[in-house]
Structure formats: C-alpha cells, structure tokens
Design a binder for this molecule. Structure first.
Ligand code: SF4
Length: 435
C-alpha cells in the first residue's frame, strides 16, 4: 500500500504578535515570548507565557514543515506563491479538502509538538482580556499553520518575519543560518524583518554583528521605543533609556538596516503628556528612523499600568490630549521620516512624510481639535466603528444591538445617540480593537 502523503504533515510555531505590516508575512519563532516582560502597558506575554530560546534544528524543522505545506498547496493549485497575489473562491474548497486529508491521515497535529513555556489556560473574566487572549496563541495547531501559509501565499509570498519580541539577542551566525535556510526553501522571499529592543542594539550587539545580520539578508528592525522621555520609560518599566533608543537605532541604521520605531501617544498619562511629546520628538529627530509608527495607548486589564490606574497613580490622557501629543510630534520632528498610523488604537489616521507633508497633517489634527466636545464624541464613535469594521469585517452582536435603536430607514444616526451611551460604546469598541 502506498504511504499516506499527509502523514508527515505537522504544525509549526507561528508568531502571534507581529507588526501590522507583517500581517501577511510568513513567520518563524526564533525565540518564544519576551525575556523582559515588565513593560507596564504590555499585555502580550503576561499571563504565564515564559521566555525560551529555540534551537537551530527546531527552527529548521519548522521551515521544512512550511515547505511541505507549501508544496501541497502548489500541487493543489492554491494561491500563487511568489508570482502575484491571487486567490479565488475555489481556494476555500481546496483548503477545506486539504485540511480534511491532513486530519484524516490520523495524526493529532495540535498535540504533536507542544511548546515548552506555553501559558496555562487563563480564565479571563474580563471581556477585553478574553477577547485579546483568543487571538494570542502559543500552541501550534494544524489549522493555524495551513491558514498562515495560505494567507502568505495569496499575498505574494515575499515577506518573512522572525520573532518573537527581541530577535536581536541572537548571534549573527544563528540569524544568518535561519535566513539562509528560509531563502533556500522559499527563494521568492524578498524581505526579512524582526522586532528588537534598543537596549540590545545599543549594549549587546556590535556594529559589525549588525552588519553581518544585514549581509545575511535581514532588512528591517522594528523597535518599540514608545517614548523618548526617561521619566515615562522608567514609569512604565521599559528597561531602556532615551540614550539606548538613540544609540541602538543609529547603530542599526549605520549597519544598513531599515529602522522602524513605534511610539505610544498617551503613555505619559496626563502628568507627563507634554514631556512625553517633546522628548519623543527630540529623540526621533536624533535618530531619523525610516518609519515612525503611532500606536496610541490602550490599557489592557490586569497589566501593571491598569493596576496603577486603578490605584489612582496613573491618570489616563483623554483622546484629545493624545491628538495634541501627535500634533507636537508632527510640529517638532526635525528629520526626514515617514509617519504612519497603522494601528486601530489611533483615533486619527495621520500619515505622511516629514517634513514634506507637515502642514497637511497639522491641518487634519486642527480640524478635529476645532470640533465641539459633542462633535468630538460623535467623531470618535464614527472613527472607532470604522476601525472595528476594518479589523473584523463587520460589527459584533453586542455592538450591533447597541446601534439598532439609532438606525432609521437603513441609516445609522450617530448624532442621536445620547452622550453617556456614546461614551460607553466607544469604550466597548476600543476594548475590542487589536492595537
Ligand atoms: S519588551 Fe516588548 S514584548 Fe516585552 S514586555 Fe516590553 S513591550 Fe512587551
């Protein structure tokens, strides 16, 4: 009897957390979770997920597992890897058939390679936490693996993200061996990116090590700098300083790597709002990163920052104050860079090149700041509803139930929603948006 061609198919480990620009990338986990795991605002690897390093042979096996899935999709004519982005409705049936065959092969994929350090099953009473945790997966399973490879293929199959939280801690030859193996297996991949910590770039990696990574094929490092203010960084236990940010990012750029920094409006709360904005603008001016990405603060339940807020030690900055912070950034950044709002946590969609688009971006923010308090509220509701629809393709049942009384003749009249209900609805939607 011929061997079952699906019996050797196994799931591989996927990076649940990656930059929005890498949502359609193929991902491999070089390490698991975050060794620092202290940032007060960050819910990502809390709740029991422990840091661990993976061996080169574990990662190589994962690359080969993706290779097998990729070959099966080639044979089944699913997507068009490496040539152009395409998918049609017949793909859904083909994927369903493929999954069926894999499952019928008798393997128990989700149990085949359990992850050390995986978080215990968290009982999340808070709906926001429950919502978040359902997207965060630390265990490999075959459904996620197949869908991940499929999504990557139909989006062109040309980008790869190597996680998790700080891949800069790896030795350059280790990184080179991984990238070499991925390139060998998938020659159409054109871009490799990672998350890194500026403290690692500044204090651990030498310039020559970063150059070796660049030569091996690494293209870009995404740094979550969050703030340029040492007071704010210390308050949220970032474990990095303004000096780390500047030194680490400049070294990265000098090595020829693209440098992308995430900034978090609102992180200083009311107390440090001005300082946060001015110091962050100065830090970015010193770095001249290729990209500045805005990701406004959203406080997750059971994080250190949520506890500080509940104790009255951290007073949240209202949306309007966050917009003023972004205004300060746009006014004061003295560097050539691209500013992007690629997070659903942002109220306004401020995008452009600095200094070229400075005035247009300022005008957009001034238009919002010039609205009356009630107009701002309606604007916020409209913007959050659009973000929710963009992220999930429609409204969830609870949101829809809240909106029904305000739909007349097929049109939603947001201005007729009473103030307290509008505020509650905004809060409800923000709690469900993935930042
Ligand atoms: S370093 Fe990144 S992943 Fe780790 S705790 Fe801080 S924000 Fe979260």
């Amino acid at each position: 009897m011929a061997a079952d061609p699906f019996s050797d198919i196994e799931p591989f480990e996927i990076c649940s957390i990656r930059p929005p620009t890498e949502n359609n990338s193929l991902t491999f986990r070089l390490t698991r979770n975050c060794y620092w795991n202290k940032c007060g605002f960050c819910p990502v690897y809390k709740f029991g997920a422990r840091f661990s390093r993976r061996t080169l042979s574990e990662i190589q096996k994962d690359i080969e597992r993706v290779g097998r899935l990729n070959d099966l999709m080639d044979e089944a004519g699913i997507g068009f890897y490496g040539r152009y982005a395409s998918s049609d409705s017949s793909d859904y049936k083909k994927i369903h058939d493929l999954m069926d065959k894999i499952k019928r092969s008798g393997k128990t994929p989700a149990a085949s390679d359990q992850t050390p350090g995986e978080p215990p099953d968290v009982q999340a009473d808070d709906p926001q936490l429950a919502w978040f945790l359902q997207w965060f997966k630390d265990k490999p399973c075959i459904e996620d693996s197949v869908n991940h490879v499929w999504n990557w293929r139909v989006n062109g199959g040309q980008t790869c993200f190597l996680g998790d939280a700080d891949s800069l801690i790896l030795k350059p030859d280790f990184m080179g061996a991984v990238i070499g193996k991925v390139k060998n297996e998938f020659p159409a991949i054109r871009r490799f990116t990672i998350y890194g910590r500026t403290a690692t770039a500044a204090r651990v990696q030498s310039l020559s090590d970063l150059k070796i990574m660049k030569k091996a094929g690494l293209d870009r490092v995404h740094f979550g700098i969050e703030s340029g203010s040492d007071e704010v960084l210390s308050m949220v236990q970032k474990g990095e300083t303004k000096s780390d940010h500047i030194t680490g990012c400049l070294k990265t750029r000098e090595a020829g790597l693209s440098c992308s920094v995430y900034v978090m409006p609102g992180l200083g709360g009311r107390k440090f709002s001005d300082l946060h904005a001015h110091e962050t603008a100065a830090t970015i001016s010193a770095i001249s990163p290729d990209f500045v990405r805005l990701r406004s603060l959203q406080i997750f339940p059971q994080t250190p920052l949520a506890h500080a807020r509940d104790r009255g030690e951290f007073i949240e900055a209202p949306e309007e104050v966050m917009v003023r912070e972004i205004r300060t950034l746009v006014s004061e950044i003295d560097a050539e860079t691209t500013l992007m709002s690629d997070s659903a946590a942002n109220l306004l969609n401020i995008n452009g090149q600095l200094p070229r688009d400075r005035n247009a971006m300022l005008q957009e923010m001034d238009a919002y700041l010039g609205l009356s308090p009630r107009q701002k509220e309606v604007f916020s509701l409209e913007s959050r509803l659009a973000a929710f629809r963009g992220q999930y393709g429609g409204f969830s049942e609870d949101i829809y139930t809240e909106l029904i009384p305000y739909i007349s003749q097929g049109k939603l009249d947001l201005a007729s929603i009473p103030e307290d209900q509008a505020r509650r609805l905004i809060h409800m939607i923000r709690a469900k948006l993935m930042p």
